[in-house]
Structure formats: structure tokens, C-alpha cells
Design a protein around this ligand. Structure first.
Ligand code: GRF
Length: 215
């Protein structure tokens, strides 16, 4: 059975959606642990209540970004996960860290990338006057908010929207596409070709694996 490991920093509504989907849909995977860089992250309590292991690694205890990332990688690698998930992990990661997990590091970003990378995406969308906004699940590469796109969901921007109302509409979609995208990965259905991610039809990968074993 595959394993995934989730990194968080705060509220934890996405970790909650992932845990629920993993447990109720009986994914072919288990969540090894949830790691937060903040001891007070509400998502830790959500994970604990779901019976998961949790760990804290406070970035403030390290002299620089590289030292924190090295310690984090050591913690992660102790679990040898197949997939590392950034679910609201509010840290810019070093290139070395990202490259170490190339192809198995997935993030959710609250905008329709490549529009509005970085922070305050809902404000950016309102200021730009776009009529459609959304969320993106993507593989992480060293360029921030730029990796191959696995899934996106769009929502309308409505007259009178505030950052909060728009964020809530986007978040509802995040909770759908994030678990879905992770499940595809764990079922071996994602094929990455340069910047393009293709979704193999259901069952196709099992057939391929079968052939490889028999070859
Ligand atoms: C989400 O909006 C996600 O897209 C972004 O950080 C936020 C995390 O929210 N990367 P939560 O902690 O999962 O509720």
C-alpha cells in the first residue's frame, strides 16, 4: 500500500478533506503522518482526531531556510512516503528540497495558475477584475507556483464579492479537486510529459503494471 505525507501550517480544511476522502473512499494508500511548521496549526488537531500521527518542526528553531528544509526532509524521509502533499504549507521551499521530491510533491494554489501566483490571490483576482477565478493542483517545481497542472476548478467572480466570499467559493472547490488529484497520483494514473499532465483512463495503469510483471 502506498503512503502519503501531508505538510500544513494552519487551518487544515484541505487536510480534513483529504483525510475524509482517503478514509471513506478507501484509497489504496495510507496517510503516514501530518507535519506542521507551527505547533498551533488547527489542522494538527483535525489530524489527531482522525487518529493520525502528527509531528511539529518549528522553522524558527533553524538559522536559515536550507537548515530547516534539510531537517524537514530528514523527518519526511524517515517515513519513505510515495507522495508529499503541501496542504496550506506556508513556506517557500529551497530548490534542493523541491528537487529531492521531484515528481512526488504536489501543492494546491488558490488561483487559476498561471494567473496570480504568490500570496493574496483572491485580492489579486478582484483587483484584476477577472470574471472567473479558481484553484489549481500542481506538481511542485523550483519556480514558485509554476509546475505541471494536474487539476483546476473555476468559480465565477460575482458582483459584490469580497476577498472572503471569493475565498470561500474557491475553497469549496479545493476540497473537491485536491483529494481527486491525489487519488489519481496514488492510483498511478498521472503521466507527466514536460509541462503537460495526462490522466490515464481508469484501469489502464493496472493493465500496464500487469504486463510489466509478466514480461
Ligand atoms: C488554501 O486556500 C490553499 O489553497 C492554500 O492555503 C490555504 C490552506 O487552507 N495553499 P487550509 O489550511 O487547507 O484550510
Amino acid at each position: 500500500m502506498k503512503s502519503l505525507l501531508i505538510l500544513i501550517s494552519g487551518r487544515g480544511s484541505n487536510v480534513e478533506a483529504i483525510i475524509r476522502a482517503c478514509q471513506t473512499e478507501q484509497w489504496p494508500a495510507r496517510i503516514a503522518t501530518v507535519i506542521s511548521n507551527r505547533a498551533d496549526a488547527a489542522g494538527l488537531e483535525i489530524a489527531r482526531r482522525a487518529g493520525l500521527r502528527t509531528e511539529v518542526l518549528d522553522h524558527r528553531a533553524f538559522p536559515d531556510r536550507a537548515a530547516f528544509d534539510a531537517a524537514l526532509a530528514e523527518k519526511i524521509d524517515a517515513h519513505a512516503p510515495d507522495l508529499v502533499v503541501l496542504a496550506g504549507f506556508l513556506r517557500v521551499l529551497t530548490d534542493g528540497f523541491v528537487e529531492h521530491y521531484a515528481g512526488r510533491l504536489i501543492n494546491i494554489h488558490p488561483s487559476l495558475l498561471p494567473a496570480f501566483p504568490g500570496l493574496r490571490t483572491h485580492r489579486q483576482a478582484l483587483e484584476a477584475g477577472v470574471k472567473v477565478h479558481g484553484a489549481t493542483v500542481h506538481f511542485v517545481t523550483p519556480t514558485l507556483d509554476h509546475g505541471p497542472i494536474i487539476a483546476q476548478a473555476a468559480v465565477p467572480v460575482l458582483p459584490g464579492d469580497t476577498e472572503e466570499s471569493l475565498a470561500a467559493r474557491v475553497l469549496e472547490q479545493e476540497h473537491k479537486i485536491f483529494p481527486q488529484a491525489l487519488r489519481w497520483f496514488l492510483e498511478d494514473r498521472l503521466e507527466v510529459d514536460g509541462h503537460l499532465v495526462r490522466l490515464r483512463p481508469e484501469g489502464a495503469q493496472a493493465a500496464r503494471a500487469g504486463k510489466a510483471v509478466n514480461a
